[in-house]
Design a protein around this ligand. Structure first.
Ligand SMILES: Nc1ncnc2c1ncn2[C@@H]1O[C@H](COP(=O)(O)OP(=O)(O)OP(=O)(O)O)[C@@H](O)[C@H]1O
Length: 454
C-alpha cells in the first residue's frame, strides 16, 4: 500500500527528477517535481506538501550549495515545520551537515542506491507521521495489525512475547538485544502498539548515524541563532516523542561523551535545546536496541554502566533466525503472501526449498529471509519456488556460528567489493554502521564505494 503523503522534488537535472519520481511514486500517493527552485513559493502557496527533496546546487558549474541552502531557508520560512531532505554529491558531506544544521531533516547522496534513498525517505516520512500524531513505519505498514502478537512456533519467541506484553502496559525502559535483522524494531513497535501510549508518537532514532555535531541538536532540538546555521528553532526527537515512545536504535555505537549527555536527560527527564537555558520536560517510554554485546562493552569501559543500568530495566534478547528454525517456514510463507500480493502472483514454495531454507544459516536473519523471498517471487518463472530460485548457494554460506564464509575466488579486489556490498546490504546502506562493521572509517568507505561504483 502506498504511503499517504505529498512529496515535492526540486532538481534541475531532468533525468534524476524523472528517476526519483518513478521510484517514489511506487511508495507515495502523490509525487510532484519541479526543475526550477524559483517555482517553490508559488507551489507552496497552492499545495500542502508533506515532504520536500531539494537539490543543493542548481546552476551548472556552481557547487557552493548556497542556492540549496537559500531555497531550504525559503521553504522553512513558509513552513517552519517542513520536512526537507537535501540532495548532495559525494564531495558535499560538509555542506550536507551545514544543511542539516540549517534545518534540513537529513540529506541523501545522489550516488546512493535506490534502496538507500528509499530508506532515508521512509525515515523522513516517519517524522511526518509522528508529527501528525500517528506513526506508521515502513515495517508496520505491511503487518496486518501491529498490535496482534506475531505468530511463532518457537517457545523462546513465545516467552519473549509473553514478557513483552507484560512490560508493554508499564513505564519500564526496555533494552532489546539481538543480531542485525532479528526484528528488534518490530518488537519495539509491537510493545508501543500494546501500551497505553499507542495513540501517541513512536519515534525512532538511529543514534549511530548522528555525528557528534548533530547529536544534541537532533535529540534535544536547538534554538534559532544558537549556532551559525541555526536559522530556525528545531524540535528534537525527545520532544517529538513526548507522550509516546522513543526508540533509540544502535545504542551500543555511541561514544562515551554522548552516553553522558543521554544519561543526564534520562535521569532528569528534561532536555535543554541547544542555545536554550529553559528545560523542556519530556515524558517518554524509552526502548533501546543494539546488536552489540553491551555487557562486554561495560567490562571493557566503552559503555557506561550507569547508563546500561538505566536503559536495561527489562532486557529482551531476540534469537538469531538460525536459532529459531521452527519459524523459518512460517515467516517465509508470510513473506510469500506479502510479495505474491505486491507482484500479483500466486506462487507456492516447494518442499525442498523449505528444507534448503531451514538448513541455511541466515547471517542477515529475518531481513535476509524477506529479501530472499522478494527476489524469488520476482524471478520465479514457474508456479512453485524451487531451491534454485532462492539463490542461497551463491551467497556466503555462513556456518552455524555465523562467523565463517566460504571463499572460492581469492582475488582481493573482487572480494573487497563483495564484502562491502554485503556489509552495505546487511546494514541497509547505513554508512556509519557499515563502516563500523567493516572496521574502516566513513571516508574510506565512501572512497571505496566510489571506486566500485556501489
Ligand atoms: N515477526 C516478524 N514478522 C514479519 N516480519 C518481520 C518480523 N520480524 C522482523 N521482520 C522484518 O524483518 C526485517 C528486519 O526487522 P527489524 O528492522 O525489526 O530488525 P532489527 O533487528 O531492528 O534490524 P537492525 O539491527 O538491522 O536495525 C524488517 O523488514 C521487518 O519487517
Amino acid at each position: 500500500m502506498k504511503r499517504k503523503a505529498k512529496v515535492l522534488i526540486v532538481d534541475d537535472n531532468q533525468e534524476l527528477l524523472i528517476a526519483l519520481k518513478i521510484l517514489l511514486s511506487k511508495h507515495f500517493s502523490k509525487v510532484e517535481t519541479s526543475p526550477s527552485p524559483e517555482r517553490i513559493p508559488s507551489l507552496l502557496s497552492k499545495n500542502n506538501y508533506d515532504l520536500f527533496i531539494l537539490d543543493m546546487n542548481y546552476k551548472a558549474g556552481i557547487n557552493t550549495g548556497n542556492e540549496g541552502l537559500y531555497w531550504l531557508n525559503q521553504v522553512l520560512k513558509i513552513n517552519p515545520e517542513a520536512i526537507v531532505l537535501m540532495l548532495t554529491a559525494y564531495s558535499d558531506l560538509g555542506l550536507a551537515v551545514k544543511a542539516v544544521k540549517a534545518g534540513a531533516t537529513d540529506f541523501m547522496d545522489k550516488a546512493w542506491s535506490e534502496a538507500r534513498i528509499l530508506s532515508a525517505v521512509f525515515d523522513a516520512f516517519e517524522i511526518v507521521q509522528s508529527r501528525k500524531g500517528s506513526v506508521k513505519t515502513s515495517s508496520q505498514s505491511h503487518q496486518k495489525n501491529i498490535a496482534d502478537t506475531p505468530k511463532t512456533n518457537s517457545a523462546r519467541m513465545q516467552g519473549l512475547y509473553d514478557m513483552g506484553s507484560k512490560v508493554a502496559s508499564t513505564q519500564a525502559n526496555v533494552l532489546i538485544l539481538g543480531e542485525n535483522g532479528t526484528g528488534k524494531e518490530v518488537m519495539a513497535q509491537w510493545i508501543h502498539a500494546n501500551s497505553n501510549r499507542k495513540s501517541e508518537p513512536f519515534v525512532k532514532v538511529d543514534v549511530s548515524a548522528l555525528t557528534s555535531t548533530l547529536f544534541e541538536s537532533e535529540l534535544f532540538g536547538h534554538k534559532k541563532g544558537s549556532f551559525t546555521d541555526a536559522h530556525q528553532d528545531r524540535i528534537g526527537r525527545f520532544e517529538l516523542a513526548n507522550g509516546g515512545t522513543l526508540f533509540l536504535d544502535e545504542i551500543g555505537n555511541i561514544p562515551l561523551d554522548q552516553q553522558s549527555k543521554l544519561l543526564s536527560v534520562l535521569q532528569n527527564r528534561e532536555v535543554f535545546p541547544v542555545g536554550s537555558e529553559k528545560p523542556v520536560p519530556v515524558d517518554i517510554r524509552l526502548i533501546c536496541a543494539t546488536n552489540k554485546d553491551i555487557h562486554q562493552m561495560v567490562d571493557e569501559g566503552t559503555f557506561r554502566e550507569d547508563l546500561l543500568y538505566r536503559i536495561n530495566t527489562i532486557p529482551l534478547e531476540l534469537p538469531a533466525l538460525r536459532d529459531r528454525k521452527e519459524d523459518i517456514s512460517l515467516l517465509s510463507e508470510y513473506f510469500l503472501e506479502k510479495f505474491n500480493e505486491s507482484y500479483s502472483k500466486d506462487l507456492t514454495i516447494d518442499k525442498s526449498a523449505h528444507e534448503a531454507m531451514k538448513s541455511y544459516a541466515w547471517p542477515g536473519n529475518i531481513r535476509e529471509l524477506e529479501h530472499t523471498m522478494e527476489k524469488a517471487v520476482i524471478l520465479c518463472t514457474s508456479e512453485k519456488i524451487q531451491t534454485n530460485d532462492l539463490s542461497l548457494s551463491g551467497k556466503s554460506q555462513a556456518i552455524a556460528n555465523g562467523k565463517s564464509v566460504n571463499i572460492e575466488d581469492f582475488n582481493l579486489e573482487t572480494n573487497e567489493k563483495t564484502l562491502i556490498t554485503q556489509a552495505l546490504d546487511k546494514n541497509e546502506y547505513n554508512i556509519s554502521r557499515t563502516a563500523k562493521t567493516l572496521g574502516i572509517s566513513r571516508s574510506t568507505l565512501y572512497e571505496k564505494m566510489k571506486k566500485y561504483a556501489l
